[in-house]
Design a protein around this ligand. Structure first.
Ligand SMILES: O=C(O)c1ccccc1NCC(=O)[C@H](O)[C@H](O)COP(=O)(O)O
Length: 263
């Protein structure tokens, strides 16, 4: 039976084909190369991780697992709140059918603050990497479960060509083995199983044991308290990606501060 990820990827392939027909790679690539240089996503995480928890704070309106998360959704306001609360970077969902995202949200969020931003979407083709840079994104996500080795390498090469950072997402040992064949050493462990949406923070702890020296591990999904971050820090993990918990708070800046440094 097709999983949610299978359905997302199938829909994304159709959408990308439509967009490519309207705007060929050469045109989107030319727009990408007119952008100011990326803000340095991985470097911003490393700076914050040097003396505390480094947070990628996610701007997420809805999700397949939770439906609508935030009604008064306001990407520029959330971006400013995340920066004020001490986040290192932004993650902005741009997928429309499954997350109610939009490219415009990334543009608006990034313009409202000085944080680097990852385009959080389902990359299936290097064309999307050029599009991500053309709208200002500083980094892209590669989900290992969604791609074969050849496609991953092509997408990563496109990101390197645009001087963008790549967060490579894995969920199990086999995916980690494949991720380690890429160049990027920014590796996210998704604690959420995308087949049944169960969350287990032990995933990041277990896979962290197998990461080579020099890997920058990001714990992703299902994190909700400073105690969660402190628990993972015990296992040497200092980079975190958090969405839903923060997006549900009335005072996003204060909630971000509490998550990072406590009451
Ligand atoms: O969040 C989902 O339901 C989801 C479903 C299918 C594919 C991806 C999904 N989430 C993407 C993410 O990586 C999360 O938004 C991110 O890690 C933040 O997670 P959370 O803090 O639990 O909102």
């Amino acid at each position: 039976m097709a999983t949610v990820l299978d359905r997302i990827i199938a829909a994304t392939r159709e959408e990308v084909a439509r967009r490519q027909a309207a705007t060929p790679l050469s045109a989107i690539d030319a727009t990408a190369r007119l952008q100011p240089p990326p803000r340095g996503f991985a470097a911003a995480l490393t700076r914050k991780a040097a003396d505390g928890h480094a947070l990628i704070a996610e701007i997420k309106k809805a999700s397949p697992s939770k439906g609508l998360i935030r009604e008064d959704f306001d990407p520029p306001a959330h971006a400013r709140a995340y920066e004020a609360g001490g986040a290192a970077c932004l993650s902005v969902l741009t997928d429309k059918p499954f997350f109610q995202g939009d490219e415009a949200y990334l543009v608006a969020a990034r313009e409202a603050c000085s944080l680097p931003a990852i385009r959080k979407d389902f990359m299936v083709d290097p064309w999307q990497v050029a599009e991500a840079r053309a709208i200002g994104a500083d980094a892209i996500l590669i989900i290992v479960a969604a791609l074969d080795d050849g496609a991953m390498a092509e997408i990563e090469a496109a990101a390197i060509d645009h001087a963008m950072d790549v967060l490579v997402e894995v969920h199990d040992d086999a995916e980690l083995d494949r991720a380690l064949r890429l160049h990027s050493r920014l590796i996210g462990v998704n604690n959420r199983d995308l087949r049944d949406f169960t969350v287990d923070l032990g995933r990041t702890e277990a896979l962290a044991q197998r990461m080579p020296e020099g890997t920058e591990i990001v714990a992703e999904s299902g994190l909700s308290t400073k105690a969660d971050l402190d628990r993972l820090a015990q296992a040497g993990i200092h980079r975190f990606l958090v969405g839903e918990t923060l997006m549900r708070q009335a005072d996003v800046a204060e909630a971000t501060r509490r998550l990072l440094i406590g009451a």
